[in-house]
Design a protein around this ligand. Structure first.
Ligand code: NOJ
Ligand code: CA
Length: 704
């Protein structure tokens, strides 16, 4: 059943077998997309999505399995339905843009079982011009007060064997390399269970979201979810024969159900972004729009910033997080005495503060400042170990914070919880209060290791609540959160703007130590069209010493230097790290100039070109200065791109500082060859640029 015309003809002929004649339909504001909802003759709910005259999602069934209760499967009738149009423009306190248009048509269908219990379920569809979101509402009702969901059965039946960009449906971590295969060739089993990275449990051939699909005629789809609150994360089980996905919720080894909720409640939105080209996926605001408006009110206590920090040096093994671990008779032992390699010393942090202050960088992250690192990775019993208020003896919190204040730099707090959730929960109030006392407004948190209590997974309902509750509590102390090893981003930053950024992908750190060659040159050309659709990314770009042979001969960054600069514009985050060591920046003042100049908060974003997994070019306009910045990256293939600067302001000339790959640049053979050029440009300019293998381009455009 491909075309809509065909469906109508078939339904006219077999009207009773297709549906009960009560099908409901809703179109997007531009009429390019539509959703049809209906019940089979057995009363089973289904939906279909159309784009123009083509079926994008073919008849797909909806339902739930419960513990100790009959499934929501069939035997429903429609008792009520309504449609409405919605159109608003809201403003992001910081973001990729200032104004966000939220325009959709909604269909709400109220279902009731025909059986004795007459249980109720509502399904709400919001149809945008660039996709569809739908969710289930479990209204308050007499015969159903508590739901123990063992599985959600939401189908997405596709009509084509799409080229698919996916990571495995791991229940603990998203830090996987992307695979590019046909939908019919997805095999998540070969990419799973890498215990040293915390990758654990995937019961099915499933993928994580966002998962992005490219069709033969140019259609682009991305599946994800929005507003994930008090529910389990959703992976998508793949049926390679039927070319379909089905929801597969993350579970727990401690319960036989996956989600427990008291009625009334609703699920997160299931989202499908549907566009005609790759750049429009990045421009889409569907996921943030499906979240509730800001509940925190004035959040001006947080300012977007670039930051440096005591971080890369630990990943390079130049220094350590811990203070007193030493190898004694072949065993790592906490000697309680300084071994002299500790990174977070007062003196070292002051060096970063000086460097940030000199280079228009607002913050300094300090990892390894607090006690507990002696019993971090590899320890079973990690509860009660980390302490979020007690510094190591060589780190003077008073002195460092006073010095930072004097220099106009913010210290970014670090809380590595080691996934020991009870310890962190207990200490949150005191830890955030300490931050407030010192005027610190941002914390990077970490959840490395298996979740404690045992049996829980990073992406299950228990942890979804841990992450969200930590952020909500932090807001009370005017603290913004950037979680690593997080739950995926689902646009909650609209409701809780203090959820500023997160990891949730293979970050730059993999280039420092992974034994599989690090992140390949194509990595971020995929990430921009997959993970980045979910929300801001703390990737920690800006490594200048690409090969770092003096630290690690076996590892390197697999991009050119110009590519590292471009990431400040390509990747969005209101906290953007300049991750390399101070000495590597000081030795390279010319490329450092770009990091010094580049913005972190934008009034407009234009995705100028791109193909998933190949290349992408993004221009962003800085809110405060109205200067524009451009970043372009390519995969392992060199290419020429043409940039049309018509996005620039009228009647304005800009001084453009261009940072581009040299003619012989190459991510592996010659990553440091970079050329600098300064020219004048206007909105009439059109220029061609060469991107080397694994290369990039960065341009700052300052108003004259
Ligand atoms: C993993 C994080 O991704 C990394 O950025 C951090 O340095 C370590 N955990 C230590 O917390
Ligand atoms: Ca990590």
């Amino acid at each position: 059943m491909k075309g809509r015309f065909l469906l109508i003809v078939i339904c006219v002929i077999f009207i009773f077998s297709c549906h009960d004649g009560q099908n409901k339909e809703v179109f997007s504001p531009k009429n390019n997309l539509s959703v049809e909802f209906g019940l089979t003759k057995n009363g089973q709910p289904f939906y279909i999505i159309w784009k123009d005259f083509e079926t994008v999602i073919d008849t797909s069934y909806l339902g739930f399995d419960f513990e100790n209760a009959t499934s929501f499967l069939d035997n429903f009738e429609i008792v009520n339905s309504s449609t409405k149009n919605f159109n608003e423009t809201w403003q992001m306190p910081w973001g990729e843009q200032l104004d966000v248009v939220n325009n959709y048509n909604e269909l709400r269908v109220e279902l009731q079982e025909k059986s004795d219990l007459k249980r109720k379920l509502n399904i709400v569809f919001k149809v945008y011009n660039d996709g569809v979101g739908f969710r289930y509402e479990f209204p308050k009702q007499d015969n159903f007060s508590e739901a123990f969901i063992t599985e959600e059965n939401t189908q997405f039946n596709l009509t084509e064997d799409y080229k698919t960009f996916w990571i495995p449906g791991d229940w603990d971590i998203y830090e996987h390399l992307y695979s590019t295969t046909k939908l019919s060739e997805i095999d998540a089993s070969v990419k799973r269970n890498h215990p040293s990275l915390g990758q654990t449990y995937i019961p099915e051939n499933a993928v994580n979201t966002p998962v992005t699909l490219v069709g033969k005629n140019g259609i682009h789809l991305s599946f994800h979810e929005a507003a994930l609150l008090d529910y389990a994360g959703m992976t998508l089980k793949v049926d390679t024969d039927k070319l379909s996905f089905k929801s597969n919720l993350v579970g727990s080894r401690n319960t036989t159900y996956k989600v427990k909720r008291t009625l009334p409640f609703h699920t997160p939105w299931r989202t499908i972004q549907i566009t005609e080209n790759a750049p429009d996926l990045i421009q889409s605001n569907l996921i943030v729009n499906l979240n509730e408006p800001n509940k925190l009110g004035d959040v001006s206590w947080f300012t977007p910033m670039k930051y440096t920090g005591v971080w890369w040096e630990m990943h390079l093994d130049k220094s350590s997080w811990d203070y007193g671990m030493e190898m004694v008779d072949g065993v790592w032992t906490d000697t309680g005495k300084a071994h002299g390699k500790h990174g977070a010393t007062t003196e070292n942090v002051k060096r970063f503060i000086d460097f940030s202050a000199k280079n228009n960088i607002g913050g300094v992250l300090v990892e390894g400042w607090n006690t507990g690192w002696e019993r971090w990775i590899g320890f079973e019993n990690r509860e009660g170990v980390f302490d979020f208020v007690t510094p190591y003896p060589d780190y003077n919190l008073d002195e460092v914070t006073a010095y930072a204040k004097e220099k106009g730099v913010q210290i970014i707090m670090h809380h590595e919880t080691s996934a020991a959730t009870e310890t962190y929960e207990k200490q949150q109030d005191t830890a955030y209060a300490l931050m407030q006392k010192y005027g610190m407004h941002a914390v990077k948190s970490g959840y490395v290791g298996k979740i404690l209590p045992k049996g829980e997974y990073h992406h299950g309902q228990y942890m979804v609540n841990q992450y969200n509750n930590a952020a909500i509590k932090a807001a009370k102390y005017q603290v913004a959160v950037n979680a690593h090893e997080p739950i995926k981003a689902t646009g909650l930053r609209r409701t809780y703007p203090n959820i500023i950024s997160r990891e949730g992908l293979r970050g730059q750190e993999f280039n420092a130590w992974s034994s599989d060659g690090g992140n390949p040159p194509e990595h971020l050309s995929i990430v921009a069209f997959t993970r980045m659709l979910a929300g801001p990314i703390d990737y920690t770009p800006g490594i200048f010493n690409i090969k770092f042979d003096e630290f690690k001969k076996e590892n390197q960054v697999n991009t050119t230097l110009a590519h590292q600069l471009a990431l400040y514009v390509v990747l969005y985050s209101p906290v953007q790290m300049a991750a390399d060591l101070v000495e590597h920046y000081e030795a390279n003042p010319k490329p450092l100039q770009f990091i010094k100049d580049v913005g972190v908060d934008w009034s407009e974003t234009k995705v100028l070109n791109g193909e998933v997994g190949e290349f992408v070019t993004i221009a962003r306009k800085e809110r405060t200065t109205e200067n524009w910045f451009l970043g372009s990256i390519t995969d392992e293939i060199s290419r020429e791109i043409e940039v049309d600067f018509s996005f620039l302001d009228e009647n304005t000339t800009y001084e453009a500082k261009i940072y581009k790959d040299g003619k012989a640049a190459h991510w592996d053979k010659n990553p440091l060859e970079i050329e600098f050029e300064t020219i004048e440009i206007t909105k009439n300019s059109k220029l061609k640029f060469y991107l080397a293998e694994g290369g990039g381009l960065a341009i700052s455009m300052k108003k004259n």
